[in-house]
Write a protein that binds this ligand. Structure first.
Ligand SMILES: [Zn+2]
Length: 403
């Protein structure tokens, strides 16, 4: 099977490289904004907007004159940027056609950060560094993670981005993989707030301890920022500090999520998780809950593509399936079961069990559930079993953690 996937990792830049990268990102942003302006202007005059190729030709002419500074950066940066602009318009028209809120492409502001740029062409990966056109060799913070070119791996592009002062490369590759035959067990997986995941084979995956510590720190930093006068130097400083912490938290979370989903997709044949309630997600303002929801969303999308790679299958339990409220031993369903209660106690059969474990047992039985249990919840609006389509491209991301 041929798949397209991404690998993202951090770069270690020296001062000279950092300047050069800033120039590339600046040039990409400039080209995007210039192209957007040209599209709008031309459309107003002629009723038709130029596409990326036409804009690129025009830009090349301008490079001979007033835009000659653009020769300092790789020609890919503005070119790919104009392609992105075309994509943004495609997206806009698609949404317009489907009657969704369209979202006209916006000008990019430096206030949103330095942004990113994409390079194509001769990209080579070595153990300690990556070689990019025009930018030369750049050290990688993590060695041996990025795949190098081989007869099974074809490197398509590299996107360089900046976040809170750190630089990353995301490598898009086309890869030929052989999907193994997965003979692992069927498991139900319950995702929680306090605990990342409870698996019906009896194992438990805790949230990294660092997250709790960072959670408290986040609150403190947010309070601190709120007390500063907006726009002042101290406010800027506090904001940067908060952003950096956000990035750290995201990375730790992503790392543990990737490890867990890879382990599940590799070693289990069928994985059952519950449906995420999107409307409930938007209503909830509690930090812990909202973070857990984001984690759930990521968890699911990772499983969607990884199960495809490793020959396993993901099943989403029907919406409103009472995985937490149902007794995994006798099937008795509780009317109400508070989110904060950690132990499940069945009034009917006396079962006393960890909340997550009980839910994971119930999820596991979704694949084999009889009509009886199906009827029990269908009254509440459940629909038939839904195997999720798995055709998304995943970008796996591994970033070294800082403590
Ligand atoms: Zn019971």
């Amino acid at each position: 099977m041929i798949i397209q996937r991404g690998f993202k990792t951090e770069l270690e830049l020296n001062n000279r490289q950092r300047t050069l990268y800033r120039k590339h990102a600046g040039c990409a942003r400039f080209a995007y904004n210039w192209g957007l302006r040209r599209k709008i202007e031309t459309y107003k005059l002629t009723g038709k907007a130029p596409n990326a190729m036409e804009l690129h030709r025009e830009l090349n002419q301008l490079k001979l004159g007033e835009f000659s500074w653009m020769y300092e950066v790789s020609k890919c940066a503005p070119q790919e940027s104009l392609r992105n602009l075309d994509k943004a318009f495609e997206h806009f028209y698609r949404r317009l056609k489907n009657g969704q809120k369209p979202g006209f492409p916006k000008f990019k502001s430096k206030k949103q950060g330095l942004g990113s740029f994409r390079l194509t062409g001769k990209i080579r990966v070595f153990e300690h560094f990556i070689q990019l056109p025009r930018l030369g060799r750049i050290k990688l913070k993590e060695q041996g993670y990025l795949p190098s070119k081989s007869n099974r791996v074809h490197i398509l592009s590299a996107t360089i981005s900046e976040k809170a002062g750190r630089w990353f490369v995301s490598l898009q590759v086309r890869e030929e993989i052989s999907v193994p035959k997965n003979v692992g067990p069927i498991v139900g997986v319950d995702l929680g707030i306090n605990r990342l995941a409870t698996i019906s084979d009896g194992s438990v995956i805790e949230n990294p301890k660092a997250l709790k510590r960072y959670g408290r720190k986040l609150k403190r930093f947010q309070r601190y920022l709120a007390r500063k006068q907006k726009g002042s130097r101290n406010w800027e400083k506090a904001k940067r500090r908060l952003q950096r912490l956000h990035v750290q938290v995201t990375n730790i979370r992503r790392d543990v999520l990737h490890k867990t989903t890879t382990m599940l997709a590799k070693t289990k044949s069928i994985i059952v998780i519950e449906e995420l309630n999107m409307s409930g997600m938007l209503k909830n303002h509690r930090l812990a809950r909202s973070l857990a929801d984001v984690a759930f969303f990521t968890f699911r999308s990772q499983l969607e593509y990884k199960t495809k790679w490793y020959g396993s299958q993901l099943i989403i339990a029907p919406r409103f399936y009472p995985s937490s409220r149902c007794c995994s031993k006798c099937g008795n369903i509780k009317e109400k079961f508070s989110l904060s209660t950690r132990i499940f106690r069945c009034e009917k059969c006396g079962l006393l069990i960890d909340r997550g474990m009980n839910a994971s047992y119930n999820l596991e039985t979704v694949t084999t559930s009889s009509m009886e249990t199906e009827n029990a919840w269908s009254e509440t609006g459940g629909n038939s079993l839904l195997a999720v389509p798995v055709d998304e491209t995943g970008t796996e991301q591994r970033i070294i953690q800082f403590s």
